[in-house]
Design a protein around this ligand. Structure first.
Ligand code: C5P
Ligand code: MG
Length: 289
């Protein structure tokens, strides 16, 4: 087995099954592999030195682009809705309308702030966002092996792209599904484009993008990375799937949520701020181990 799977942060309900999936994927070859990953709190760190790191939305919310009054309102929304997002005692169906409400209210507040497109790069540069340790190997290795990486995020696409661009890892194998800002001809934010992606409708988002999965139909083996139970549906558009290995970062409310993560993710990484385990799996699957 991969030695990193014995790390203290790794939990698996069925290690034997993980082994079987990995062997089957290795046998099929890395030219049949695609990677689908969430962004906020999956590719980015949840915390650094005990302090929470920002999501794409938080980056804008805490920036000079918006008024202090608006920051306050967005913080109130976060304080109200985030505990609902991660509450494992409430059924998802009950949470969906509330998540739509959160994203809709937050996007409306942002649009009212007349945000300028050319300021996004500055705001990202000044933010405290951090990709997880080992991100260079993850992005660069997938690129070198021509393995498609789909980043599927309920965050803000423009901010997400800027983060990976500034980190030097927005390679040609990366594709992003996310919420994109719409700007007028003077570069002012006027709306968000297309269908809203929130934390619990990634299945619908995947099914709207059949063209992408059609292009990748020769890659029926999937490595999925997420941090929310909503991320488990990111691969629902994959055609004729053969194997899927689901790796879940459990960052917050560990005790309450551990069992539900163990039941749904094949490999659960508890309070692990690094890409060490996903990287080890990726190296194994590409024959570099
Ligand atoms: O990339 P990902 O799909 O994880 O992005 C969604 C994340 O954005 C959620 O974890 C949610 O807590 C966060 N969010 C936020 N502010 C909002 C809406 C969502 O921080 N207004
Ligand atoms: Mg996330």
């Amino acid at each position: 087995m991969i030695p990193e799977l014995s790390n203290a942060s790794v939990f698996m309900k069925d290690p034997q099954r993980v082994q079987e999936i990995l062997e089957s994927m290795l046998k099929a070859g890395s030219n049949t592999l695609q990677v689908i990953s969430d962004f906020d709190m999956t590719l980015t760190r949840f915390a650094y030195n005990g302090k929470r790191c920002p999501t794409c939305h938080n980056i804008v919310e805490h920036s000079s682009l918006i008024s202090s009054d608006c920051t306050e309102k967005l913080k109130e929304l976060l304080n109200y809705y985030y505990p609902i997002e991660i509450d494992s005692s409430r059924p998802v169906e009950e949470k969906i309308p509330l998540m739509v409400e959160w994203w809709t209210k937050a996007h409306k507040l942002l649009v009212d702030q007349r945000i300028k497109k050319d300021m996004l790069a500055v705001v990202v540069r000044e933010s405290e966002v951090m990709l997880r340790e080992g991100y260079q190997l993850f992005f660069n290795h997938l690129h070198e092996h021509s393995i498609p990486l789909l980043i599927f995020s309920a965050g803000i696409g423009d901010i997400l792209e800027e983060i990976i661009l500034q980190a030097g890892v927005f390679h040609s194998n990366v594709k992003v599904f996310s919420n994109y800002m719409d700007f007028d001809e003077t570069g002012l934010l006027t709306a968000f484009k297309g269908e809203l992606i929130h934390i619990y409708n990634k299945r619908e988002g995947a099914l709207l993008n059949t063209g992408h999965f059609q292009e990748l139909r020769t890659r029926p083996n999937v490595l999925l990375l997420g941090d929310s139970l909503g991320d488990l549906n990111m691969a629902d558009g994959v055609q004729d799937m053969e194997n899927i290995l689901k790796i879940g970062f459990l960052n917050d409310k560990v005790e309450e949520r551990k069992q539900s993560y163990l039941d749904t993710y094949d490999v659960v990484l508890v309070k692990d701020e690094t890409m060490e385990v996903p990287n080890a799996i990726m190296l194994y699957l590409t024959g570099n181990k």
